[in-house]
Write a protein that binds this ligand. Structure first.
Ligand code: ASP
Length: 312
């Protein structure tokens, strides 16, 4: 059983204000990311390469909060987090607060492959990526007009000038992928700009192994989205693995319990997970979550809201 699941974050545009064009573009982004991952997995490739390929596609797409299209922090700058984990060996790599790496997930992968450390932050992460020959970009590359608007609304809110609550889409998002390959290997990858108006230097759950990202062969691969502080406190991704490994819980039960607990905490949250048998769980406690899955039969499905998940 070969399976792949992706997400583009739980920070979806509310249905009432989603234009036809934005809807089409976002679904197109999900479809392209699934195809990029499946292009690797469907040919007998490794789960780790498939999740990387899917996340690169999502980072390159402006609809999602990662790479091009990432949110702005309080200083109107971008600081990007990403992590990748190989369930075969528990090898992992991550970057936090990177500022100039075009595809942060590729830097995370190089860190993992090099193996000298696991998590690099700030200028150290950028320097490492540069010496590895990865594409480096100016901050402008990440910025889109929509993210500028979101920053402005957060600034208005802080100044007491916004007379409504900001939507999930205005606040946050993330992208991620999990996969089970033909050889029984699990892998996970996650990448994010964090949340709009976050403190400069703030690091979320995405690059924290066991919080926003986790993979272990024979157990599960998990990628999370939602306000990271909650996921770090609960070690959410690892908690799901523990529930399955030590508590013999079924994947759906473990994933739904984790999401329910985050809801009780007050966190809008979502996650995608695949277990060792190829079962897939795509859960969220928000109005929507950009998400998709592909299975060995070559069936692709994508959705954004609760009732639009469909085969494409
Ligand atoms: N988890 C991300 C963070 O806290 C944001 C999100 O997924 O919405 O950085």
């Amino acid at each position: 059983m070969t399976t792949l699941a992706i997400h583009g974050g739980a920070g979806t545009i509310p249905r009432g204000s989603m234009t036809e064009e934005s809807y089409r573009v976002a679904r197109d982004g999900l479809r392209m990311a699934l195809a990029a991952g499946w292009n690797v997995l469907g040919k007998g490739g490794l789960a780790i390469d498939a999740v990387q390929a899917a996340v690169v596609a999502l980072e390159n797409h402006p609809s999602f909060n990662a790479g091009h299209g990432a949110v702005l922090n309080e200083k109107r700058e971008h600081e990007l987090d990403a992590a990748i984990m190989d369930g075969r060996t528990l090898a992992a790599g991550a970057v936090a607060s990177a500022r100039h790496i075009r595809n942060p997930i590729l830097a995370a992968r190089r860190i993992m492959d090099e193996g000298a450390c696991l998590l690099l932050s700030g200028a150290g992460a950028d320097d490492f990526a540069r010496t590895q020959g990865l594409d480096m970009v100016s901050q402008d590359y990440f910025t889109t007009p929509l993210r500028q608007e979101h920053w402005q609304r957060a600034d208005d809110e802080r100044a007491g000038k916004l007379n409504r609550t900001r939507t999930e889409a205005e606040k946050h998002g993330t992208v991620g992928a999990v996969a089970l390959d033909d050889h029984g290997n699990l892998a996970a990858a996650t990448s994010t700009g964090g949340y709009t108006y976050k403190r400069a230097g703030r690091i979320g759950d995405t690059p924290v192994i066991g919080a926003g990202t986790y993979a272990r062969n024979g157990v599960v691969a998990v990628s999370c989205t939602g306000l990271g502080e909650y996921f770090i406190r609960r070690c959410t991704a690892h908690d799901i693995a523990s529930r399955i490994l030590y508590g013999a819980e079924a994947l759906d039960q473990a994933a739904e319990t984790a999401i329910e607990e985050l809801k009780e905490d007050g966190a809008g949250a979502g996650l995608i997970a695949i277990d060792a048998a190829g079962n897939i769980s795509l859960v969220h406690n928000t109005e929507g979550m950009y998400r998709g899955k592909a299975s060995s039969e070559g069936v692709f499905s994508i959705g954004i809201y609760a009732d639009d998940f469909s085969t494409i």
